[in-house]
Design a protein around this ligand. Structure first.
Ligand code: TNX
Length: 527
């Protein structure tokens, strides 16, 4: 990368004078999350953010920056005409995908990037740089050269256990994109409800979308709704990864197409979860509103099942411009292991034949016949247990890549503190912001190194999450920790929990300006 020259030069090694002392302090306090690859503040005066500011260059990036400045400061920049100080945003060949450079001094900010995504991420960084002083708002004089560590940087929203309408999904896209995430994984089906209308299988939403955990209202996306989500995400440089979770997690399917599913398996495991949450056991023909997992299965030895998959994934493929379709494959405790293997081979082949790359939770790595193009998603712990690492290695051996979602670090539905009113605790919980931060993707699974990792994803399961405020409280600030694992270089003198908590604390005014109802964690020195 051509950006190392800047990171090599930080921090400044010259003798400490009051000016260099100031620059070093600035360097440590800049509220940048995820941390850029290369960062160097200068002792030049800051650029003042006033109505006199002129924003020129790429129209989309200029509009995005104008909106962000206004949300953060209330200042309405002069637009592309007039003004004395200039922020110029420009595409320029050179540099890796999604990278950008920023140079700020008292008179100007110059931003270049090889692609629109890079410019968009530069805008997010500029938004984080805005600070307030006695005279108003400024952007400190800095030089930044940035590029992502991993290509896939995901957030997952479970809209099946509780349904969230399009406007809430849009807000989550904005929040995630501001932290440089580029994939929105939507968990569109589960035992409790089916959330996407498909013309080929209309009964799914007609008969299986009205329910949710706890007897709450359900809901579903029309095809137009889904298109609005896809388009909104694309404008923020995010792809949508739709998940239809099979062969387990399919009780909702049984309400619409009972001929495709087996009777619920009321194993001791299922009954234990039912008992611990005080819910009722699943019953054939009735919507399921509890939290148990692993009791449902599609019929494996019936061709009608694969006709169903061809319809569902075929129609989803046509609606989804992104390269991935997620087939689930987790916790199929109601499916015998041999049947599971048979099923995974056929389901992944169906997706691959549609010209899409399948993604599956790591359990699918146990299926010898899995389509070799399938990307894995690991949800075990930071220290793997129960052979989950071996299943995850299948995807690396196939050279398909792995997405890391270690549950005891980045499952945002885990209670952040023991007294949290929301969330679960099964993943070594309750957790903490520090734990969400203190792990490295390349150190989780033996034999899975930097080059084998496609990326990082932070899932938000919604058994206990019902409102937009619940989403914010659980996702923030921990989503920022996941963003840094996904984007920032592994090494660096600001790449530490001590630095991270100071930087996140400095984001409070930006997050407040964007309406993010973050959890005011006691671990963070909020500014
Ligand atoms: C496990 S880990 C699940 C989900 C639950 C979640 C709750 C995985 C792929 N599946 O079905 O919602 O735990 O934390």
């Amino acid at each position: 990368r051509d950006t190392t020259s800047i990171s090599d030069r930080t921090p400044d090694k010259t003798p400490v004078t009051s000016r260099t002392y100031f620059v070093r302090l600035l360097y440590m306090m800049l509220p940048l999350v995820p941390l850029p690859l290369g960062l160097r503040p200068s002792d030049s005066p800051a650029l003042r953010v006033t109505a006199d500011l002129r924003i020129t260059g790429d129209t989309d990036a200029a509009a995005a920056l104008t909106a962000l400045i206004s949300a953060r400061t209330g200042v309405e920049p002069a637009g592309s005409e007039g003004g004395t100080a200039v922020i110029d945003l420009r595409r320029e060949p050179g540099g890796t995908a999604e990278s950008y450079r920023i140079t700020v001094d008292a008179a100007s900010a110059r931003i270049t990037a090889p692609d629109a995504a890079g410019l968009f991420y530069a805008v997010q960084t500029l938004g984080q740089l805005i600070t307030r002083d006695d005279a108003g708002f400024t952007i400190p004089a800095v030089e930044i050269a940035d590029a992502p560590r991993f290509a896939y940087r995901g957030v997952m929203l479970d809209v099946a256990r509780h349904f969230f309408p399009v406007d809430v999904v849009r807000d989550y896209i904005d929040r995630a994109a501001s932290l440089k995430f580029n994939a929105l994984h939507l968990h569109l089906s589960d035992d409790q409800g089916w959330r996407i209308h498909l013309d080929s299988r209309p009964k799914l939403t007609e008969q299986a979308s009205g329910s949710a955990v706890g007897g709450d209202a359900g809901g579903f996306y029309s095809k137009a709704d889904y298109r609005r989500i896809v388009d909104y995400a694309a404008e923020r440089h995010m792809i949508v990864v739709p998940e239809i979770d099979v062969p387990g997690h399919t009780h909702a399917v049984s309400l619409a197409y009972p001929e495709l599913t087996e009777a619920p398996v009321l194993s001791p495991h299922v009954l234990e979860i039912v008992a611990s949450h005080g819910g009722a056991a699943p019953v054939t023909g009735e919507p399921y509103t509890g939290m148990a997992v692993g009791f449902s299965s599609l019929r494996i030895h019936d061709e009608a099942t694969y006709d169903f998959l061809a319809d569902v994934f075929g129609e989803l493929a046509g609606m989804t411009p992104g390269p991935y379709l997620h087939i689930g494959g987790d916790e199929a405790l109601g499916t015998a292991p041999d049947d599971f293997a048979t099923f995974i081979a056929r389901a992944t082949a169906i997706v691959a034949d549609l010209g899409k790359t399948p993604i599956a939770w790591h359990e699918a790595g146990a299926a010898p016949g899995i389509d070799p193009s399938t990307v894995g998603q690991y949800w075990g712990f930071r220290v793997p247990t129960d052979g989950m690492d071996e299943k995850a290695r299948t995807f690396v051996r196939n050279d398909a890549g792995l997405i890391l979602s270690p549950a005891d670090a980045v499952y945002l539905d885990m209670k952040e503190t023991a007294d949290s009113p929301l969330g679960l605790t099964w993943a070594n919980g309750p957790t903490s912001v520090e734990r969400a931060y203190s792990w490295d993707p390349a150190e989780v699974i033996d034999g899975v190194g930097e080059e084998d990792i496609l990326g990082v994803e932070a899932p938000l399961w919604s058994e206990t999450i019902r409102t937009p405020e619940d989403i914010d409280r659980m996702a923030f600030p921990r989503l920022a920790a996941a963003a840094e694992a996904a984007w920032s270089p592994r090494e660096g003198d600001l790449r530490s929990w001590e630095s991270f908590r100071v930087r996140v604390g400095g984001l409070a005014p930006l997050w407040a300006g964007l309406g993010i109802a973050y959890h005011p964690s006691v671990e963070i020195p909020w500014r």
